[in-house]
Write a protein that binds this ligand. Structure first.
Ligand code: GLU
Length: 610
């Protein structure tokens, strides 16, 4: 959600800011703006809608002269998406210019106080209150930028990452963060700030991670970090090994289809990182002690990561015989949870910055519960704050709708299940090895599904008018339906519901009418016939039925159904293959309907607010 970029160096800032914002586009936004420090003052240019509008308005940045500046893509939370509400915002005196990612929760109360002190507000945003408050402290205490920002931090509730220009400090950028992401990059005589690493990868790989409730002061010579008490603190840089070309489409029409095709590699890379010599080795992730035989597991996540959790609930309980609960992170964080002794909380998140998942990790830790992250982004907040972190090896995922990160999360989850099963003696050597060999076959099997993608393309073309879809299944098949339904909804906007197949008769079957599409997933042999019977029930009420299953399932149902089958695998791992046709269906429907596949309306990639 939202992108922030800051630059100070010898080059012209505006083109660098625009390029950085372009690389953060995947995060989702509705307007954009930049502020560049010129010889005498700061110039702000904003535009509603796509970044290309801002590029046009600034002639690719050429109209703004100066070598220091900040930029922003806004995902509106307070106030409509408009040019006026777009960032950067400047306080009345014009002394301070701010871009902000997050939500200032106590903005009303602070705004009233500031109004009483004579501040006027031009926008509906909470961000303008941040600018005014920093301005107020700056002039009242005259303690300089770090002092003013620290005072703001003491008063602010909610989440923020901010980058600030002070008119009196032409050669400096100040940043601060709490619960929203921000990184600092260091080049030769130049410094960068950004919401995420891909924004600066073309310039440098030397990255500093600012801790929570910390500030940083950037100059052309370097960076100084401060804690909230204004004391200087040390932060060491790390060299990131992300490939900048990962953020390019490389000939594909959309990131989503590119990333769908990257899944064989993602699965293979994730496996080879943690499996060698026929054994799972999580020692690199430092999780051996962390995961050591919990009595109970609670998995938390949001969206697709939550669906991975639902799948893993079946896999871990089945293989390791450890009780598992799955909770939506946004619910978990506000529940007064009753934890069993020796519970392990497993937090799943691609970005590692998902606000609710991060809060869930903190909540668990506050109860003295061990936490383990399954996360894609190294150095992210969840990766740093959880007691242990197993990284998915998915590289940068740009399309808002996750595909390859979801697949990598499943793989890590299977390995965790197998390792827990081995630790508690619930799986024999032979079965353990057989499972690992089976996992090694998944990349090839995914490739063979992708080789038939035209079938899904054709189906999408023929069913452009479908408007209600139900996906039904039991157990792992049900968890897969949840993911398939979310994919179709988020990128093609086709109304889709996932239902536990046995629940259909308890109400929803009343919605089935001539032409309703019902997709049944039949990979779990012990319940497949039951779901096949449910398909018969909807078919006799007029539904168009699709069966999604592993090769051989043709025998289970009516030969007249549409059947999408994938190569067979162990039933525990079925979701890894069955998800691919559902991803392709969502993608091709979206393309057919002319939607913005990679940036669906209203959605953001990294949900850094509640
Ligand atoms: N809450 C701020 C606004 O609505 C910032 C939103 C964002 O993170 O982009 O302007």
């Amino acid at each position: 959600m939202c992108g922030i970029v800051g630059y100070i160096g010898k080059k012209q800032a505006a083109p660098i800011l625009l390029e950085g914002l372009k690389r953060l586009e995947y995060r989702g936004y509705d307007s954009a703006g930049i502020a560049v420090r010129g010889e005498k003052d700061v110039t702000v240019v904003k535009a509603q809608g796509r970044l290309s509008n801002l590029v046009e308005r600034t002639e690719g940045g050429a109209l703004l002269k100066g070598t220091a500046g900040i930029g922003h893509t806004r995902w509106a939370t307070h106030g409509v998406p408009s040019e006026c509400n777009a960032h950067p915002h400047t306080a009345g005196s014009g002394a301070i210019t701010v871009v902000h990612n997050g939500i200032l929760e106590n903005f009303r109360e602070l705004k009233e106080k500031l109004l009483r002190s004579g501040y006027a507000f031009r926008t509906e945003t909470d961000t303008e209150v941040i600018v005014a408050l920093i301005d107020y402290y700056y002039w009242k205490y005259k303690g300089g930028p770090i002092d003013a920002i620290a005072r703001f931090m003491q008063r602010a509730r909610g989440a923020y990452a901010i980058a600030v220009l002070f008119r009196d400090f032409p050669d400096d950028i100040f940043v601060a963060r709490k619960d929203s992401p921000m990184i600092i990059g260091e080049g030769e005589g130049e410094m960068f700030a950004a919401s995420d690493v891909p924004a600066i990868l073309n310039h440098t790989r030397k990255v500093y991670y600012i801790g929570n409730l910390e500030m940083a002061h950037l100059t052309r010579q370097g960076v100084t970090f401060y804690n909230a008490d204004r004391a200087v603190i040390e932060r060491a840089p790390t060299l990131v090994d992300l490939d900048p070309s990962a953020a390019e489409k490389g000939g594909w029409e959309h990131f989503m289809i590119k990333e769908i095709h990257e899944q064989p590699r993602t699965v293979a890379d994730t496996l080879s990182r943690y499996v060698s010599g026929g054994k799972i080795d999580f020692s690199e992730a430092g999780v051996t002690e962390c995961a050591a035989l919990p009595s109970h597991i609670v998995i938390v996540g949001c969206g697709s990561a939550y669906h991975v959790g639902v799948t893993l609930q079946y896999v871990i309980e089945g293989l390791a015989r450890i009780p598992v609960r799955v909770e939506l992170a946004s619910e978990f964080r506000y529940r007064s949870m009753l934890f069993e002794k020796d519970t392990l909380v497993v937090a799943i998140t691609q970005s590692g910055e998902t606000a609710d998942t991060l809060a869930a990790v903190r909540e668990a830790k506050a109860h003295g519960i061990r936490t383990l992250a399954i996360v894609n982004v190294q150095g992210s907040s969840v990766a740093r704050e959880a007691d242990g972190a197993i990284f998915t090896v998915a590289g940068s995922e740009i399309a808002v709708a996750t595909t390859k990160a979801y697949s990598a999360q499943l793989i890590v989850g299977y390995l965790l299940a197998l390792e827990l099963a081995r630790l508690n003696g619930n799986i024999g050597e032979e079965k353990y090895r057989a499972a690992l060999s089976e996992l090694a076959t998944l990349p090839k099997k995914i490739e063979s599904i992708l080789a038939h993608k035209e079938d899904l393309q054709k189906f999408a073309a023929e069913h452009m008018n479908m408007h209600d879809v139900f996906m039904i299944g039991r157990g792992i098949d049900y968890s897969l339906c949840m993911e398939g339904a979310l994919k179709l909804k988020e990128v093609s906007y086709v109304h889709t519901e996932a239902y536990a197949a046995g629940e259909l008769k308890h109400g929803t079957i009343s919605l089935i009418e001539q032409g309703t599409v019902v997709l049944g997933v039949l990979s779990q042999s012990f319940v497949a016939e039951k779901t096949a019977s449910n398909l018969e029930e909807v078919k006799s009420r007029g539904a168009d039925v699709i069966r999604l299953c592993m090769e051989g399932c043709e025998k289970i149902g009516d030969p007249s159904d549409t059947v999408w089958s994938v190569p067979p695998t162990m039933e525990w791992f079925a979701a890894s293959l069955l998800v691919v046709p559902l991803q392709l269906l969502a993608y091709y429907m979206s393309v057919q309907l002319g939607h913005d596949v990679d940036k669906p309306r209203n959605l953001a990639k990294s949900v850094t607010v509640e």
